[in-house]
Structures are given as C-alpha cells and as structure tokens.
Design a protein around this ligand. Structure first.
Ligand code: TRP
Length: 368
C-alpha cells in the first residue's frame, strides 16, 4: 500500500517498535498504575468481529489489568475524507452499545467523542506550529489519500495526524495499543511531545508537559472477511458484533471456500478455509482452556468438508457472542442510558483536556 522506505514503518522500525512494545507489555501487569492508555475508532460504520478479535477484546483485557483507560470515538476524524456527516450519529450510538456489550466498563474506561472536548481541539493549534507541511505529506495515510483518491484533499485530512496527537496527549496517555499501520502516527505524536518541550518548555522544571507515548503491538489474531480478503464493511464480508444468530448463519453459509473437500489449515495456500478455521478456534476453547487450535479443528473435520466447517463455525461463533449480543440488545434499547454514559465520559475527559490546555498555556506564557 505504501512505500516502506518512506513511511517510517519498514521492517527494522517495526522490529524495534515490537521490542519496545514487549517491554511495555511485560510492565503493564506488574505496574498497571504507571500506565495511562488511549485507544480510538473512527465511527464510519458498524463494529464487526474483525474489530473485536483484532483490538476490542485486547482493550477489555488491558482495562481489566487495571490501566486507567481512555477511548475516543473519533468523530472529527470521520469528516476528513467525505462531504457530510452521513450516518455519524447512528454509528456513534452503535459503537457505544458494542463497547458496553463486550465489556468496556465506563467506570474504568472514559469513553468520549472528539467533538465534545474544546480543550482537546484547541491543542491542535500549538501542535500545528510544531510540524511541517512536508512532514505531514510523508505520513502514509495522508500520502495514500493523495495518491489514490480522486477528490481534493481536505485541510483536515492533511493535518489529522496532528489532531490524533492531540487525542493521545490531551490525557497524557503513555501507552497506545495499535496495529503497525498506526505506528507513524505514534511516532508523529512522540515528535510533537518532544518539540513542544524543546520549543515551549515546561511548567515543572523536572517534567515535560507531555510524555512520549509508547505503541503497544500486542499479538492479536488477524481475521479476514468471509471471502478471504480484508474484513471491511465496504466489501460486504463482515459479521457485525450486533448481528443476530440467523443473520450470522446466513452469511457464513455464503462464505467463500475452495474446491478441495478435505479440510486442512493452510493459511498460505487456502486463505478462505483457514480463516474460517481460525474464527472457529477463536470462539472455542482447547483442552488447556486456551484458545483452540485451528489445525486440530481441521483434522477433526477432515473429509466432512466445508459444509461441516461452516456448521461448526456458526454454532461456535453464535455461542461465543450470545451473551454479548444479549447485553447489546439491552443497552441498545435504552438510548437514554447510552447518551448518559457518553455525556459522563465527555465531562470527565473534558475536565482532563481543560487542565492540560491550562498547562500548555502556562508553558507558553499565554495566561493573561
Ligand atoms: N486513526 C485510528 C483509526 O483509523 C482511530 C484513532 C483516532 C486513534 N484517534 C486515535 C487510534 C488515537 C489511536 C489513538 O483506526
């Protein structure tokens, strides 16, 4: 997708990031109180099981380790590449229902939207003074947009990595769980934190205003869509967290497989079948109580073929998500509750943002 030499995400960089991340991961369980975590999603559609296994479940795990957690529903990041807000409101409410259903606990995780935090958004201005136009154009996501989109690039698209830095730094998060695609954004955030200190200084001579956050690259399983390609709403190959058991069964029945009847786990040569096996394994427990082994499931099915595999996946997946879906139906039916949780999160996060903005203005001698 992007030129690895210029993205800052070449193999050496990723390997270095992984080493640092492993150290952080080891410390999280020992000293959870040292870490403040921020994660986020662009509410562009419904959350699906790819999001769940790839990141949401990991957030719940980290929250439950005792980390002070923040979760941004990045609504301003939705409008950087489109002409209106579209289904934004529905998507935000739906994400709220998903979060609460899967075990995000609003008492331990502060859930908020960008748009409700003036203090966060104002950080964007001093931060913009710390980056160059050329630097922003080298960001892989921005660069990709320039290269592939047929619409003119918005100013918000060009500068969104700076806004994302504000997402992370407003609460002084020092750990950000991400996939490798987000590493350049974390690096940009670290650069902004450092430059802020160099250029504008400190309130407390012992401590810079902002920490340099660490990326956390936890090993989460990478699941594909039901056609064996990247799971994404636009490809119509997703299973949404909030779907019913029947809808799920119907989609799995239509999932792509291959011509070979005997089932084997071979992600290289049989991506579609192997992905269905992986999904099955993620929804089952092995004898040791850990996530099941897709290769063993393949052996058990053997000549049963893809029909047997699909039946097993349907049963296991529906069973795995049943309690979450029941909880989701409950909270989704009570929009007043969802809005209340979000309002409380926005208030909490807003107070933190105002405090940080105050420190920024102190450091910049802009308190009058
Ligand atoms: N850019 C992220 C994505 O597309 C979403 C996001 C917004 C985010 N703000 C963030 C991720 C801050 C981590 C930290 O998925």
């Amino acid at each position: 997708m992007t030129n690895p030499d210029e993205t800052g995400s070449n193999e050496a960089t990723v390997a270095r990031s992984q080493q640092r991340s492993d150290k952080v991961e080891a410390d999280l369980a020992v000293h959870p109180q040292r870490w403040r975590l921020l994660t986020g999603d662009r509410p562009t559609g419904k959350l699906h099981i790819g999001h769940y296994f790839g990141s949401l479940a990991n957030r719940v795990r980290l929250q439950n380790l005792g980390l002070d957690s923040y979760l941004v529903i990045a609504d301003y990041q939705v409008i950087y590449d489109r002409d209106g807000v579209g289904e934004l409101q529905d998507n935000v409410m739906s994400a709220m229902a998903d979060y609460l259903a899967i075990g995000i606990d609003p008492a331990r995780t502060t859930i908020f939207t960008h748009s409700a935090l003036p203090g966060l958004n104002q950080l964007m201005l001093p931060f913009l003074s710390l980056v160059t136009d050329a630097e922003l154009r080298r960001n892989p996501t921005v660069k990709d947009e320039l290269a592939t989109s047929d619409r003119p690039m918005s100013g918000l698209m060009l500068t969104f990595p700076v806004h994302q830095a504000a997402d992370i730094l407003f609460c002084k998060a020092n750990v950000v769980p991400v996939g490798t695609d987000q590493l350049p954004h974390i690096e940009q955030t670290r650069v902004i934190a450092r430059r802020f200190d160099e250029r504008y200084g400190r309130v407390d001579p012992e401590h810079p205003v902002f920490p340099e956050p660490e990326a956390l690259l936890s090993a989460t399983p990478h699941v594909l869509g039901l056609d064996g390609t990247k799971m994404s709403k636009s490809r119509g190959n997703t299973i949404e967290i909030g779907m019913s058991a029947d809808e799920t069964a119907k989609l799995i029945r239509k999932a792509k497989t291959d011509a070979e009847r005997h089932i084997t786990y071979d992600p290289q040569n049989r991506p579609e079948v192997s992905n269905l096996l992986l999904l099955t394994a993620l929804c089952e427990r092995g004898q040791d109580g850990e996530v099941a082994d897709p290769a063993l499931i393949a052996e058990e099915i053997g000549d049963g073929g893809s029909g047997t595999l699909k039946k097993r996946l349907t049963a296991s997946l529906n069973e795995y998500f049943a309690p979450m879906r029941a909880r989701r139906a409950e909270v989704a039916a009570d929009e007043g509750y969802l809005r209340q949780v979000l309002r409380e999160g926005n208030e909490r996060a807003g107070a933190v943002a105002d405090q940080t903005l105050h420190e920024v203005r102190e450091a910049m001698r802009m308190i009058y």
